[in-house]
Design a protein around this ligand. Sequence first.
Ligand code: HEM
Ligand SMILES: *[C@@H]1O[C@H](CO)[C@@H](O)[C@H](O)[C@H]1NC(C)=O
Ligand SMILES: *[C@@H]1O[C@H](CO)[C@@H](O)[C@H](O)[C@H]1NC(C)=O
Ligand SMILES: *[C@@H]1O[C@H](CO)[C@@H](O)[C@H](O)[C@H]1NC(C)=O
Ligand SMILES: *[C@@H]1O[C@H](CO)[C@@H](O)[C@H](O)[C@H]1NC(C)=O
Length: 530
Amino acid sequence: MSFHTSHVITFFSILIVIRLLVLLVQAWLHPLRDVPGPFWARFSRLWYLHAVSRGDFHKINVGLHQKYDRTNAYGVPSGVGSVVRIAPGQYSIDDPEAIKIIYSHSSPFVKAPWYLASANANPESHDLFTDRNPRRHSENRRKVAALYSMTSLVAMEGYVSECTSVLFQRLSELAASAQTFDLQHWMQYYAFDVIGSITLQKRFGFLDVGADQNGLIAALHSYLVYSARVGVYSEWHPLLSKLVTLLPMSGISRLQAFAEQQISTASNNLGHEKDVSINVGQGGSFLTRLLKMHSDNPSKLTKADIFTTCITNIGAGSDTTSVSLTSVMYHLMANPSKYETLCAEIHEADKQGNLSSPYISFQEAQKLPYLQACIKEALRMHPATGLPLARVVPEGGTTLCGRFFPAGSIVGVNAWVIHSNKSVFGADAELYRPERWLESSELSSAMDRNFMAFGGGARTCIGKNISLLEIGTLVPNLIRAFHFELVDQNLEPECENVWFVKQKNIRCKVRSLQVTSDSGKNVSVNDALG
Ligand code: HEM
Ligand SMILES: *[C@@H]1O[C@H](CO)[C@@H](O)[C@H](O)[C@H]1NC(C)=O
Ligand SMILES: *[C@@H]1O[C@H](CO)[C@@H](O)[C@H](O)[C@H]1NC(C)=O
Ligand SMILES: *[C@@H]1O[C@H](CO)[C@@H](O)[C@H](O)[C@H]1NC(C)=O
Ligand SMILES: *[C@@H]1O[C@H](CO)[C@@H](O)[C@H](O)[C@H]1NC(C)=O
């Protein structure tokens, strides 16, 4: 080794030692040094990056709060575990009072830098989900809010039932051949096709062929894997995202190509016909209405806004809905007595002529309280998002769980954590028990306040009602027309947490309860309760 090289090595070694000493001293002097958490999370974000990469952070996160929530001599939780460190200056919180503060409608807590890695690296492009600027966000949210409102839903129901009818055909085939299949696949095809047709007035075609088309689902999955991890070190996103786009047709570029093609077809038609409603089928799609808004006032809603809104719908509204639908069906199959209670409710309403044929409508499904409880309970047990919804503590700092958090600290509540808190959801919080939502209005409104499946405050899911339309109509229709059964009743589903917690390998079988004849009339072959 030359004299020169050894000097260079010594120099860098000293730099590394100094850096480590600085981290140690910072950790030691930190005002929140007594907050519990994993040892390595004190010094760097690597612990969190590793935990996120393992794909089971929802479980790790619940486990951390349980581990540190030591009970005192009287068996009362000490509250120590309500705050857990997951990285230097970053905390996971398990407390209803903190939810009120962090996720209120006028909350000054902005989204944390983690969200940057989910955004387009182009600083000019802003979408609702990742925008960290509250003023720009609320302005943009106001522009499109009407498209997601209750009145818009009515126009969307046609798209939903079209997909339902294709799914029914496929399920009838699976029933006829007595095949075992993965429920998650079909719920994913359904959710993607519905959001495709609601947004771009064309289904992707997953249901038609029973498989991923053009690798779209796989592309969205790798985008999630990327964003969840790179978000931990989001300062690397501008560089990493450039490297990733060098790969041929990587990430979501296929999805973008599909969206671009649909948008240009629809806007060309618009140019020729002058009337949007003529060319675009049912007319209630996002694309139709966005194009109309654009032609009314091109500077208020630009072509780029149309594109961003459509892509965000597909990114935020497909896997989330599929995870939630899978959770509802899985929990019913895994709890046969609850499944039977739901069948009885549907059967009774049907007998009284309260449900239409061939499909139960959204309005009709809204009037089935046990169904609504089954859905809500499934979203409690398995919320779609599996990382804390991270926010930055504003100027002046804040007090949460009796501790002072200086400005710039990152705090967040993970839906999985608060949903398993026994002081909110009851001593049997780990059980799937839809009845808990129907027992007392006082208890259920306390649970409602801490129900985080759709997030909270100004950043609540804007598509909540759309997804409740999809889930609320598909589930009772599936239950009325088919009987579902797990192949292995005791199998816990495998899950992969890539921000969305996706189930895998939900092997099941299906049996038809009704045969739909050509005229649309049905013949009951088998009783739902039989
Ligand atoms: C069951 C299905 C769904 C679940 C569980 C769900 C969940 C969520 C959650 C938890 C958030 C907040 C994320 C955060 O605070 O970081 C969110 C935001 C959002 N969701 Fe959903 N979502 C669902 C369906 C949909 C659908 C169908 C759409 C679109 C049609 C959609 C569009 C959005 C958008 C645009 C945002 C960002 C809103 C904003 O920040 O203003 N979601 N969703
Ligand atoms: C649950 O919430 C309570 C406050 O209602 C909090 O004190 C407690 O630490 C939380 N966590 C657990 C595991 O109970
Ligand atoms: C969803 O519908 C309810 C009424 O059923 C309404 O209060 C709420 O504002 C709607 N949410 C969105 C995001 O449009
Ligand atoms: C059927 O609808 C009627 C009228 O809305 C209602 O009174 C009745 O309770 C409903 N029956 C069931 C089983 O939901
Ligand atoms: C369809 O099936 C349901 C439930 O078995 C039954 O109540 C209803 O009368 C049937 N509809 C027709 C048009 O046959």
